[in-house]
Design a protein around this ligand. Structure first.
Ligand code: MN
Length: 227
C-alpha cells in the first residue's frame, strides 16, 4: 500500500523545555464555561456544557504569526486553559478524569465573531466561525507530572500590553474533571485529544499589527502577532 499523494503531517505541540512533542488527534472546545462570559454575550446561564471542534491543523505555536482571516471584520481572542489527553475512554467518571490527562497548556480560541453571530441567527453550524486556518494558537504543554492539575490560578490576556481578559480558573462552571466526563459521554475520548476549556469574560476584537500576550499561573505564557 502506498499513499497516492504525500501524507499530511501529524499535528503536534511542543512539550515545554524538551525536544519532545505531543501528537494531536482532535481539538475539542467547551463553549460557555465562565458565568461572566456567558453574561457578556447574553447567553443562557443554566445550560449544560456543549462542545465544538477545530481541525488539528489549525494549531499555531506561541511566537507565531496569526494571519487575519478572510470573510470577517470582527475576529475575537478567547484565552483558555488547554487539557492534553493521554488515556482514552468513554463515560469517564469525573472522579477518574484526571487520570486521563497528560498535561496542560494555554490556547487562544480565535473566533470570527461576526460569522458566529450570523450562524447563530440562521441556525447554522459554527464551523467557519471557529474552525478556520490558524484559529488555535497554543503554548507548549507542561506535563501534569511536573505541575500537577491546576484548579485555580490567574488566567489573562493582553492586547498590545493592555489587559483585556483577567480571571481565575476557579471561576470555571465545569472544572477539568467535569468537562472531560461530559465530553466522554458524547465521544470516545482518545490519546492525542486536546480540550480548550472555555474563556472568561473580556473577549474582544483584534486588528492587524496587534500583539496578543496571555498567561495562566503555573502554565506559562503565549505570544501571538496578528498579521
Ligand atoms: Mn472559546
Amino acid at each position: 500500500m502506498s499513499f497516492v499523494i504525500p501524507a499530511p503531517p501529524t499535528a503536534s505541540v511542543e512539550i515545554a523545555g524538551t525536544d519532545d512533542r505531543f501528537p494531536v488527534r482532535r481539538i475539542y472546545c467547551i463553549g460557555r464555561n465562565y458565568l461572566a462570559h456567558i453574561r457578556e454575550l447574553g447567553n443562557d446561564e443554566r445550560k449544560p456544557p456543549f462542545f465544538f471542534q477545530k481541525p488539528a491543523d489549525a494549531l499555531l505555536p506561541s511566537g507565531g504569526d496569526f494571519p487575519y482571516p478572510p470573510q470577517s471584520n470582527d475576529v475575537h481572542h478567547e484565552i483558555e486553559l488547554v487539557v492534553a489527553i493521554a488515556k482514552g475512554g468513554k463515560n469517564i467518571a469525573a472522579a477518574d478524569a484526571l487520570d486521563h490527562v497528560y498535561g496542560y497548556s494555554l490556547g487562544i480560541d480565535m473566533t470570527r465573531r461576526d460569522q458566529q453571530n450570523k450562524a447563530k441567527k440562521d441556525g447554522k453550524p459554527w464551523e467557519a466561525a471557529k474552525g478556520f486556518d490558524h484559529s488555535a494558537p497554543i503554548s507548549p504543554i507542561h506535563p501534569a507530572s511536573d505541575i500537577g492539575h491546576p484548579a485555580k490560578g490567574r488566567i489573562w490576556l493582553a492586547v498590545n500590553g493592555d489587559i483585556r481578559q483577567d480571571s481565575d480558573l476557579d471561576l470555571q462552571i465545569w472544572n477539568v474533571q467535569e468537562g472531560i466526563s461530559h465530553l466522554s459521554k458524547l465521544y470516545e475520548v482518545m490519546p492525542g485529544d486536546l480540550i480548550y476549556t472555555g474563556t472568561p469574560d473580556g473577549v474582544g476584537p483584534v486588528v492587524t499589527g496587534d500583539v496578543m500576550t496571555g498567561g495562566i499561573d503555573g502554565i506559562g505564557e503565549i505570544e501571538i502577532k496578528v498579521v
